[in-house]
Design a protein around this ligand. Structure first.
Ligand code: ATP
Ligand code: MG
Length: 425
């Protein structure tokens, strides 16, 4: 038990709605605490994303106490208590039979593995089934004390990331913890304790058994929260990257400049509060593969845009066996790819139409990121930058004066098609 004078957390740092939920549960006679990421973040001087509550009350009992509660998860394992836009997640203490969080359990069951149904447990059991010690702290806002069953408080104070229990066993139980280790380490600037770090590289292949949809959810948390580039490097160091994106780059330690640029750009945009999409990042990750395949198809006589569409689809399907990109994001990636050859056509109405297309901005940003590796695109990219900045009249003048009117621009530079393509494939 850690007292207020020691931990320094104040109830006013906590969402008023979360406090209300805990108070009501406690008044009804159920022990209830704030748990998980929010307490960890407060101890580490980070901004909590949301506030989760754990209690001995069952989901049905929670529903009886709160009119604004809704049970979620296929087997109604959790309650969401809604206050306007804020949702407080209330979970019943779980026992050792429960290995992962609610959604994960549904997916694990789909996956055909055996998990016991709805195993509720004691407060201490609930702490021990969590992943990292600092994620298992429970805060009681009434007594203002932290309840620490696993040594998480000392770890948080020393910014030390440590799995609860035997790391090899815990990673085997749920290999997604390998990714979570990297995520917390990078996001919160933590030192990973050697025994927790040790098995990661050798256990990385276990990610093979994780459903692609669950890995996609993890990818979002890894890459779309402002530290994509450092996260990428950590994933490569821990041999986790090739498990998620196999055979993309010759040497993942030196990814294509475009990929590095795209991640840094995403981080920068998040820092500035600008919108970001995983479609853009995936477009960059897969570009080398898509480009090589599309060039082959063009060699065989296919039109550039069509070739990119087909190569893109193939790349997304292949990647989907590991990490399933939602369709709405893969559509964005494909639009970005297919627009690239169209930037070469600057004459006529086509150029004006391009600017007005929904995906123009993302495709243009992508083009800018390509310039580092393809300096021959610099003049053209600058032209597209300029044309956006001027009025209609000026635009018309630029279009009339533009080079590369009729042709397919760069795509035309290749040798005459007479040459026989290599026989393979
Ligand atoms: P973030 O702030 O990034 O959301 P978080 O710690 O809140 O971090 P969540 O994925 O929201 O992470 O999970 C909430 C809590 O549930 C965790 O703090 C941890 O105690 C527990 N948990 C989540 N995933 C697992 C897992 N795979 N194995 C064990 N415990 C888990
Ligand atoms: Mg959370």
């Amino acid at each position: 038990m850690i007292e207020r004078s020691e931990h320094g957390i104040q109830p006013r740092q906590i969402s008023a709605n979360a406090l209300k939920v805990v108070e009501r549960l406690q008044q009804a006679g159920f022990p209830a605490y704030l748990v998980g990421g929010c307490i960890r973040d407060l101890l580490l001087d980070a901004q909590p994303k949301d506030f989760d509550v754990a209690t001995s009350a069952t989901p049905d009992q929670v529903r009886e106490l709160f009119r604004n509660a809704r049970l979620i998860g296929r087997r109604f394992r959790l309650a969401h208590v809604r206050f306007g836009r804020e949702i407080i997640e209330v979970a019943t203490f779980r026992g050792p039979g429960d290995k992962a969080d609610d959604e994960d359990i549904d997916r694990v069951v789909e996956d055909g593995r055996v998990t016991r149904d709805n195993v509720f447990g004691s407060e201490a059991e609930d702490a021990f089934r969590r992943d990292f010690t600092m994620n298992a702290l429970m805060y009681d806002p009434t007594s203002e004390t932290i309840r620490d069953h696993v040594g998480g408080y000392a770890d948080a104070r020393q910014r030390r990331l440590r799995l609860i229990g035997d790391p090899v066993t815990r990673y085997r139980e749920d290999p997604v913890r390998l990714l979570r280790a990297v995520r917390f380490m990078v996001k919160l600037d933590l030192n990973i304790e050697p025994e927790t770090a040790g098995p990661i590289v050798s256990m990385a292949p276990l990610l093979d058994g994780i459903p692609p949809a669950r890995l996609f959810d993890e990818i979002l948390k890894l890459f779309m929260v402002g530290r994509a580039w450092p996260t990428y490097n950590a994933l490569v160091r821990q041999a986790l990257w090739p498990q998620l994106f196999p055979d993309l780059f010759a040497d993942p330690a030196c990814p294509p400049k475009l990929v590095e640029n795209a991640m840094k750009n995403t981080d920068q945009r998040i820092a500035e509060g600008l919108p970001v999409t995983p479609g853009f990042l995936f477009a960059a990750f897969l570009w080398q593969r898509v480009r090589a395949r599309a060039d082959g198809l063009v060699e065989e006589g296919m039109a550039p845009v069509e070739a990119l569409a087909q190569a893109g689809e193939e790349a997304i399907v292949a990647q989907g066996r590991k990490v399933a990109l939602h369709r709405r994001f893969s559509t964005i990636a494909k639009e970005i790819w297919c627009m690239q050859p169209r930037f070469h056509k600057r004459r006529g109405k086509r150029a004006l139409n391009l600017i007005n297309e929904r995906r123009f901005r993302a495709a243009y940003d992508f083009l800018l990121l390509r310039v580092d590796e393809e300096p021959e695109l610099a003049e053209m990219a600058q032209w597209w930058t300029d044309i956006q900045a001027v009025d209609h009249e000026e635009r018309m003048k630029m279009i009339q004066a533009a080079p590369g009117g009729g042709g397919g621009g760069k795509k035309r530079r290749r040798r005459p098609r007479k040459r026989k393509a290599p026989s393979a494939s």
